[in-house]
Design a protein around this ligand. Sequence first.
Ligand SMILES: Cc1cc2nc3c(=O)[nH]c(=O)nc-3n(C[C@H](O)[C@H](O)[C@H](O)COP(=O)(O)O)c2cc1C
Length: 230
Amino acid sequence: MELREALRTTGAVREFTDAPIERATISAILDDARFAPSGGNRQSWHVIVVEDRERRRRVRDAYLDAWHDYVAHSLAGLVPFSPLADQRDRDLASAQRSAAEAASRPEGFAERLDEVPVMLVVTADLSVLAAVDRDLDRYTMAGGASVYPFVWQIVLAARDRGLGGVMTTMAIRNEPDVAFALGVPDGHAVAAVVALGHPMSRLTRLRRRAVSEFATIDSFDGAPLLAPTS
Ligand SMILES: Cc1cc2nc3c(=O)[nH]c(=O)nc-3n(C[C@H](O)[C@H](O)[C@H](O)COP(=O)(O)O)c2cc1C
């Protein structure tokens, strides 16, 4: 697939056919994805291909519990899990938890996560991560930048093979449960749960902000960078 087309059309796929995917295909996908960049080229990632039914269910349970929290935040009119949320926001979200659970659909992605054709859990070795913002007086995010390009390359490499998928982070909210289920050692963080499979439906056009809405000249409030001409 041509690179620019892949960049512009690789969206989240959460519904898959039952067609199985061979370990060899997963290995080939990871063999492409491993060329992702990382801080200091330290490649902190580890990938667990979760095949065992019970372990999958435990990852699903960790995800689903967090998903209910996500829906609760949405019902409360909040941005789910914003690092800038205060106690009042947390209380508003908690008050919607029961309603969120009641809205659960048996056929939903979260509810059926354990049934996806491929479940990959990506972890990161914190001892080799370059979290350059760790001493700032704000929420840290630079460390993740050494892992998520790799995770995204997994989705792109799957796409190149006619597969679809989605990078998810919801289960991290219950990281201890996921770590216990999969034997993730101390000092390693759960970075993502990636679902892959043959897409159930065809791709739709992705909705994204225009360049002029997020790029400016010289300062954050500078003149917008104009839209590309071609
Ligand atoms: C860092 C990150 C975390 C995400 N976490 C989840 C998740 O936990 N569950 C999920 O269903 N999708 C997750 N997504 C997928 C986003 O929801 C998706 O990329 C976004 O809504 C755009 O969807 P589209 O590509 O279909 O337009 C995540 C994406 C990123 C980049």
